[in-house]
Design a binder for this molecule. Structure first.
Ligand code: 3UK
Length: 509
């Protein structure tokens, strides 16, 4: 049995997570340390605390909210957006963060499902929100409106953290929806601290000197943890970038001497190709999550930077990463082992544990877990306290977990089970392939056939000869029956804002 019941996960019954993440550092005399870098500003812990406190005063005073009320947040990654998020939690309210690229229809669904009582919205992103019918009070922040800043200037500069219970809900996070339907998941004050005390503490081994950087939006729990909660937990700092591209992220790593980077596999693959000439010598660890990390991507990044990557699987339901490995524990192809604090096993269709080498449904248990807003879905996800993440996994005799595919993405062709990501992994080792996505396409004879959607690197032409060469290449890399019988060349692949391939869109006719 792995470490499960850690002493650091026993929290007092009354707890406000922001008091622990922020106020504690200022009280300990660390107020002058930098907490956040934005593209135009730099805030110390004391300055961040003052902004958080003024926003909390505005929420509870002029806006008139009471503990338990829900606040929808919309904005790109900026220090003010981070302060707004923390202020909502500190004031005893519930944050409902939304992804910056969401449009009117999706925002309307979330606002209705979460029954929000107020909205804080970056002025630059107001257009799509303004079109949502029946919204409660909206306050804009950032130029040109700056309505929130005006209220902050009038508000008291200090605010005492609301005396919340450790198991009061403080966050409703919506899944990014590879299936298209956003699902709201609820998390407690103690969950916010628990994720800081598991993966970053035990796997990443965060230090106060760390400088965190990366791409995921703060509205995605991958970004909320990696770019705000984890650094604050240990008194470190984060660089918040508004619209990072592989190139601007590489530049920013050099400029801020970042030590820890969080982004998705595709982004590492693109950065590996551009890394030459950038100073990445400050980087200590690079964390990949959101999608399976192909071995070819791990190797390309290692060749370009000399860094071994930390892969980790997390989910919105579990709040953050629960299986991962770092350093000598890394086994290429495996996601890793349960993060201290979590347990994991693989179950068959009847819910019985299977032994090593058998593919089944991943089940996890730990200090965080799924609580859907919608009761009906809860029964599908949580079974006897085990969370069924919807992933097909295999365990080896040493307790390492290997991702195969999403449970409902397994391709069944002429009686064989074929995992799309394994075929993608093989294709990505070919020099012509920049990106690819492999799905099952309905077929009269075989039930489904393996279909590869391929984006080529510059300098390669989409010809029938290249398609045939890719097919032969895959047959040489993995069992030949898995090769893609159809190869489709594409200019880009459909991805979510969180970097996930939208397989359901590739399967559309
Ligand atoms: C897939 C992975 C293989 C997997 C997330 C880190 O991705 C996050 O949350 P979502 O709710 O999606 C969850 C699903 O994404 N996945 C994520 N990481 C990996 N598959 N290897 C991985 N390393 O299907 C999972 O069920 O969008 C990731 C931290 C917080 C998060 N919310």
């Amino acid at each position: 049995e792995l470490v499960f019941d850690l002493p650091e996960l026993h929290y007092p019954p009354r707890l406000n997570c922001v008091a622990e993440l922020l106020d504690r550092h200022v009280a300990a005399g660390d107020g002058a340390r930098v907490a956040l870098y934005g593209e135009h500003e730099q805030w110390t812990y004391a300055q961040l605390q003052e902004r958080v406190d003024r926003i909390a005063q505005v929420l509870r005073g002029p806006i008139g909210l009471v503990p338990g009320n829900r606040v929808l947040l919309r904005g790109t990654n900026t220090p003010l957006m981070a302060a707004a998020l923390l202020a909502v939690l500190k004031a005893g309210l519930v944050a409902v963060p939304t992804m910056p690229l969401l449009r009117t229809r999706e925002l309307a669904t979330i606002a209705a499902k979460a029954r929000v009582d107020a909205v804080l919205c970056a002025a630059a992103l107001r257009a799509d929100l303004d079109a949502v019918p029946d919204l409660p009070r909206v306050v804009h922040f950032g130029t040109p409106d700056g309505a929130l800043e005006a209220l902050m200037a009038e508000a008291p500069a200090t605010f005492e953290a609301c005396d919340t219970a450790a198991d009061d809900v403080c966050l409703i996070s919506f899944t990014s929806g590879t299936t298209g339907v956003p699902k709201g998941t609820m998390h407690f004050h103690r969950d916010v601290l628990a994720i800081c005390d598991c993966f970053p503490r035990h796997t990443l081994r965060t230090r106060p000197e760390d400088v965190f950087i990366g791409t995921p939006p703060l509205a995605f729990t991958f970004g909320l943890g990696g770019l705000l909660l984890f650094p604050l937990r240990v008194g470190a700092c984060a660089v918040l970038l508004e619209k990072p591209t592989p190139d601007t992220l590489l530049q920013a790593i050099g400029r801020y001497r970042a030590t820890v980077c969080f982004t998705a596999p595709t982004s590492y693959r693109q950065m590996a190709a551009l890394a030459a000439g950038h100073d990445l010598s400050s980087l200590r660890e690079t964390v990949s999550a959101g999608e399976a990390l192909p071995v070819a991507t791990r190797e390309a990044w290692q060749r370009a930077t000399g860094l071994a990557m930390i892969d980790g699987i997390g989910s919105t339901e579990m709040l953050h990463i629960f299986i991962s490995a770092a350093g000598a524990e890394v086994r290429p192809g495996a996601t890793g082992k349960p993060v201290p604090g979590y347990r994991a096993c693989v179950l068959d269709a009847q819910g019985r544990p299977v032994g090593p080498g058998v593919v089944g449904r991943l089940a996890v248990k730990g200090p965080t877990g799924c609580r859907y807003l919608d009761d009906a879905r809860q029964r599908d996800y949580v079974c006897n306290g085990w969370n069924l993440t919807g992933d097909a996994y295999e365990m080896d005799a040493d307790g390492y977990f290997y991702y195969r595919s999403r449970t409902d993405d397994m391709i069944v062709s002429a009686g064989y089970n074929i995992a799309g990501p394994e075929v993608e992994d093989a294709l990505l080792r070919h020099p012509a392939v920049a990106e690819c996505g492999v799905v099952g396409r309905a077929d009269d004879e075989r039930g489904q056939v393996v279909e590869a959607h391929v984006v080529l690197r510059q300098g390669f032409a989409a010809t029938p000869e290249l398609a045939a060469a890719l097919q032969e290449f895959v047959k040489g890399e993995i069992a030949p029956y898995k090769y893609p019988r159809r190869v489709v060349f594409a200019a880009t692949l459909p991805r979510t804002e969180t970097g996930k391939l939208q397989r359901f869109r590739l399967r559309q006719p």
